[in-house]
Write a protein that binds this ligand. Structure first.
Ligand code: 4AD
Length: 457
């Protein structure tokens, strides 16, 4: 169907005077004695196109005036009767799809909670269109950033036999139902599709390391799956994960890369999503643009876990879970650090080895590992990463201490046998980044069809 994007018709001064065809959904209809106005949206821009109808010359079919109806309009582009940009003087209006009055997206502002119940229609609202435009701009910027810096884009497998984080949060992948005839789990899995226990990958990191220790600098950008039973506003069972991995890199290199990626992405969103950010700044998080501008230009803080715990211990009375050295930081502690103590993003580094994954580089103190989490105000952890243990003996010892099945990690261990190098990387949760940029507080509202505990609509 030949037509122009509304975004172009609205903003292209060269189109004034020319004939054009647009298609879209009716957002509002107003009429007076001589003129009628249809506001149309086709998803290409935040602003709606005003279609102006001279009622003395053209009849608007009644079905085309209904909220949500899909229409095709032929007309002439004219300078906007009010404000900036262009309007379209209608010459012909045609109904593409009617929209009856039980259309659930009505004009009055509805709650995000209500809209969660109609995920197939909520994208027709300003809020969700703006979220998904920001999401798309950020995704493009991610590829641009890494391409510009010489990283290769790698696609790691989604079905895996190893649990990267070692936390037992994998969804199982199977083609056979449980059958009481099997005497053991081992026998059961032997008869399954892959002949071993398989699951959906929680992270592409281990395969990313394979690629980085040959290609130098790689990144993945794909879905990760976690069967975590955490029904929070920042966890999904299926989320998109950006995971760069770099050879010849140590923890400070990982931190530098994470900071420059985040700043680059924020600048891209500030530049390319001006209308969307203005909308979020007005209706979702007051001061959002100022926050993002400040973050894009100021240095992130860095603080060791040990120092962070000393700071937090003094405030233990305010926390539900008091902190001590060795305890995992909860969301309340992460938020306190980044929002109250530092007032900006902060990399917490060098965590106790017991609370982090087996693959992290063991520090000389024998107690901590060269890990880092980036905490940001409003969200808490947005990035988790580390330098990886490159020493075969130390890695094997860490795995044995955790009782891991060494045979399943033979290939991973080979990377330490054949030309091992210092290397590291991190994982950025894409939805958490989109939340941060839009001010949207629930991760389910930045995902097309969110999957979480007891929720697969
Ligand atoms: O800290 P995580 O678990 O780190 C890893 O998976 C490493 N293997 C990454 C690496 O070093 N290559 O997860 C990384 C990030 C988190 O900081 C968070 O932003 C996001 O992934 N994330 C989730 N996002 C939404 N829902 C969940 N259930 C998430 N779990 C982690």
């Amino acid at each position: 169907m030949k037509h122009e994007d509304i975004k172009k018709v609205l903003s292209d001064a060269d189109m004034v005077g020319s004939k054009s065809v647009v298609c879209g959904w009716v957002r509002s209809f107003r009429e007076s004695a001589n003129v009628a106005f249809l506001d149309l949206s086709d998803g290409s821009s935040f602003q709606k196109l005003q279609v102006v109808v001279d009622r003395n010359h053209l009849l608007v079919p009644p079905a085309c005036t209904k909220l949500g109806a899909a229409v095709r309009v032929e007309g002439r582009v004219v300078p906007a009767y009010r404000g900036e940009g262009n309007d379209l003087d209608a010459e012909n209006i045609e109904l593409l799809g009617e929209c009856p009055p039980d259309y659930p997206i009505q004009k009055k502002r509805t709650t995000l909670e209500f809209l969660r119940g109609i995920p197939h229609l909520r994208l027709r609202t300003n809020t969700f269109q703006a979220v998904f435009r920001v999401r798309s701009v950020a995704a493009q910027a991610i590829h641009r950033f890494f391409h510009m810096h010489g990283f290769y884009y790698i696609n790691t497998p989604l079905i895996t036999a190893s649990d990267c984080e070692g936390a037992g949060e994998m969804f199982r992948v199977t083609t056979q139902p449980w059958n009481a005839q099997y005497k053991s789990e081992e026998e059961y899995f032997k008869n399954d599709f892959f002949g071993v226990k398989a699951g959906l990958s929680v992270s592409g990191q281990l395969e990313g390391e394979v690629a980085a220790t040959a290609l130098g600098k790689i990144y993945t950008f794909g879905p990760s799956f976690r069967a975590e039973n955490s029904n929070t506003t920042r966890h999904l069972a299926e989320f998109w994960h950006i995971e760069p991995e770099v050879a010849f890199a140590q923890l400070p290199d990982v931190i530098r890369l994470a900071e420059s990626l985040l700043k680059y992405l924020i600048r891209a969103v500030l530049r390319e999503c001006k209308d969307e950010l203005k909308f979020f700044d007005t209706f979702v998080e007051k001061g959002l643009i100022e926050k993002l501008t400040h973050v894009a230009t100021s240095k992130f803080a860095v603080c060791t876990y040990t120092d962070a715990v000393s700071i937090l211990e003094k405030e233990n009375s305010r926390f539900e879970f008091p902190v001590h050295w060795g305890s995992d930081l909860q969301s309340e502690h992460e938020k306190y650090l980044t929002e109250v103590v530092f007032g900006r993003p902060v990399f917490v580094t060098d965590y106790p080895k017991e609370i982090k994954s087996f693959y992290m580089k063991q520090n000389a103190d024998g107690k901590t590992v060269a890990a880092t989490d980036l905490l940001v105000p409003g969200i808490g952890e947005i990035i988790g990463g580390s330098e990886r243990e490159a020493d075969l003996g130390k890695l094997v010892a860490a795995m044995e201490a955790r009782g891991m099945d060494m045979a399943a990690y033979r290939q991973y261990l080979d990377l330490r046998r054949f030309g091992s190098v210092p290397h590291g990387g991190f994982g950025l949760g894409f939805e958490r980044f989109v939340m941060y940029c839009t001010g949207v507080e629930n991760i389910r509202d930045v995902t097309l069809f969110p999957r979480s505990v007891k929720n697969i609509m």
